[in-house]
Design a protein around this ligand. Structure first.
Ligand code: DX5
Ligand code: ZN
Length: 226
């Protein structure tokens, strides 16, 4: 993975056909996805359950771009190695998921993956300040994690602006996750985000047998982001 601040659209497979992940990933990548965002939920840290490391390992061969694994689980540390072995390029943990985020980020980097830190809408950006040199990505949640298709929380845009300032010239991606579509993408891009996760807005209207809408959706988000 090389670093740059160009816009990357990361469709979340949370909005894909769960019975057909391999083909969905290939379809969305052929239609212009830059990264593939993989939402892991445990029914404890968030009120929903998706899948774990075995599923990540199974879909890995279908991902030609970047496998961006968003862990909405607590505890995190016991599972880092398994997600790294499953082939994650980026592993993102929530600062709210436990008392030892510094140790967690160190463990992610030690596993060979890039380390991501996610901040819930109610968490101030100051939570990231002590670990800025341990992260490769900061994910600003613009919905409360747990479900796709929720409404974008506008007050989170200011946090992106503040983080961009805090990061300075460090090679740290700013990712935005939740409610990103052509109307909200320009706001977060202008504030300094470079990785835009999109679930429902990326997958709407398309399917494996009709992937054209995936391409139109991705193009519309990218064009709006500018
Ligand atoms: C929410 C997940 C998101 C979600 C985004 O808990 O972390 O990645 O899939 O979905 P949309 O784009 O529909 O808000
Ligand atoms: Zn996510």
């Amino acid at each position: 993975m090389t670093f740059d601040r160009s816009v990357k659209i990361a469709p979340s497979i949370l909005a894909a056909d769960f019975a057909n992940f391999g083909a969905e990933i290939e379809a969305v990548e052929s239609q212009g996805a830059d990264w593939i965002h993989v939402d892991v939920m445990d029914g404890h840290f968030v009120p929903n359950i998706t899948f774990g490391p075995a599923m990540c390992a199974a879909i890995r061969p279908h991902i030609k771009t970047v496998m961006d694994v968003h862990l909405m689980i607590a505890p995190v540390d016991p599972y880092i190695e398994a997600f790294a072995e499953a082939g994650a390029d980026v592993i993102t943990a929530h600062v709210e998921a436990g008392p030892h985020i510094h140790r967690t980020l160190q463990a992610i980097r030690a596993s060979g993956a890039k380390a991501g830190l996610a901040l819930n809408p109610g968490t101030p950006v100051e939570a990231a300040a002590p670990v800025l040199d341990l992260v490769d990505l900061i994910c600003v949640m613009t919905v409360n994690p747990g479900f796709g298709g929720q409404k974008f929380i506008h007050s989170c845009v200011q946090k992106v602006t503040e983080l961009r300032e805090m990061i300075g010239d460090r090679d740290v991606h700013i990712e935005v996750d939740g409610g990103v579509d052509p109307t909200t993408a320009p706001l977060v891009r202008a504030a300094g985000a470079d990785v835009l996760v999109a679930g429902s807005a990326a997958f709407k209207g398309g399917s494996v047998s009709n992937p054209g809408p995936y391409g139109e959706n991705i193009k519309a988000i990218r064009a709006a982001a500018g």
